[in-house]
Design a protein around this ligand. Sequence first.
Ligand code: TXA
Ligand code: MG
Length: 354
Amino acid sequence: MSNATKEYNTEIVKISNLFVSKSKIKKMASIIKSGNVVAFPTETVYGLGANALNSNAVNKIFKAKGRPSDNPLIVHISNYDQLDKLTTYIPINAKKLMDKFWPGPLTIILKKTNLVPDETTAKRPSVGIRMPNHKIALALIEQSGCPIAAPSANSFSKPSPTLAKHVAEDLTGKISAIIDGGNCKVGVESTIIDFSDVKRIADKPIILRPGGVTIEAIESIIGNVNLHETVLDPKQKVKNALAPGMKYKHYSPNANVILFESKTISDVVDFKKEISNSKSIGIITLNQDISSFDIDFKEIKAVKSSEILAKEIFKFFREMDEKGIDTIIVDKIPNKDLGISILNRVKKAASKII
Ligand code: TXA
Ligand code: MG
């Protein structure tokens, strides 16, 4: 962790996802109720939670994470009644998506009420809302009696945490408590869809970030949606970024990340030049034929599907840093379904795409 002073004696509390201990949840909820910050597991990544309607509590999230205050937070709910406090208008297609994908990895951006403080939404007139599909997260929100604002529980610019120990690496001493609920099933963050400018059924919402719910699945429910330009090309310089998080460096391990997308021999020559100075290489790939890698590598992880790759990628980044690997190669990822979401993250972390 950084050399910032340790303000908190961060408590790590193990809670089983199979049997969610009510007394432990009560204790964690009491911390949220008192206006403090608790990291908790969700199905996507760990979140850094505080009472979304309490501006002082929300400020503590920004401070712990080192997050720029112009980057709004997602508000997590456990039941539909909480929507009334947060939003003034739910378009029909947004409702359809809630019915289909909640609880789950989909964040829906809607017009906000005056009850939601400026700190939570970074002064935006809209609020991002999601109902997570995770027993511990839902129990914590329910017991806290308030919606919980939570960004991913990593330090600013680090890979998102999919294990409690990742949160501890980044935030020990900076928050009150961490709930250790094991690994996150999805592994990449929620898909974000913006309905805040949708007034009629013909208005199309905009996907701001691809994530755990695929674009294909969304379109199968509500028809064509618009994609923000940073969905497929996340390194775009966005002048007026709709999701302010888009403009910051993200998901970066210390190692140099290279994304391999080549098809031709000359690309491969370029590639060899690119890695010629690397002292140690780690590869993550969907290719099961490890012997086909004609380079010297120290670590390799071959995964069988995009689902597993999504679950493993951030963890792999952190593991390579721990092992002192200086170059991470992410092998070709098909540009469809969950692959779109993984590519979006890897392109942000990558120094080079070959
Ligand atoms: O899966 C997830 O979404 C995780 C878990 C913890 O729920 N959360 C997460 O939060 O990824 P965070 O803060 O790391 O990313 C949230 C993104 C940011 O890029 C932010 O700019 C955008 O959502 N966002 C939030 N509210 C918004 C709003 N009202 N308008 C536009 N973008 C918004
Ligand atoms: Mg994040």
